[in-house]
Design a protein around this ligand. Structure first.
Ligand code: AMP
Ligand code: ZN
Length: 113
């Protein structure tokens, strides 16, 4: 998808601090971390947001969800973490390519801001 930041990262046109990659997904550290560990898991397929995911994306999304605990352990997170999918305007989604935030190594609060 032209003019999509995360598609450019997926294509390695824009450099990122990659921690994991396979044929379906890429994971890289967030450029503006909100916790000592803060990385993003991004499907290689351009899906604008969770709202645009379909039945066709079932395998991809379950792959992401099952990969997250593995990546978290590799990053040395041992005491819990938070997974966030900002979606749409009220969700404060700024990059219109589906991504999962993983935050760890600090105590989170609830409700979120
Ligand atoms: P969201 O607000 O949920 O759409 O999240 C977008 C996230 O992408 C933010 O946490 C940004 O800090 C992060 N981000 C933006 N540009 C980059 C980049 N070039 N490399 C890594 N993370 C980025
Ligand atoms: Zn994209």
């Amino acid at each position: 998808m032209a003019d999509c930041l995360f598609c450019s990262i997926v294509d390695h046109e824009i450099p990122s601090d990659v921690i994991y990659e396979d044929d379906m997904i890429i994971a890289f550290n967030d450029i503006a971390p909100q916790a000592p560990v803060h990385f993003l898991v991004v499907p290689k397929k351009h899906i604008a947001s969770l709202d645009e995911a379909t039945e066709e994306d079932k395998e991809l999304i379950s792959h992401i969800m099952l990969k997250i605990p593995e990546l978290v352990k590799e990053q040395g997170v041992e005491n819990g973490y938070r997974v966030v999918i900002n979606t749409g305007e009220d969700g404060d989604q700024t990059v219109k390519h589906l991504h999962f935030h993983i935050l760890g190594k600090r105590k989170m609060t609830w409700p979120p801001g």
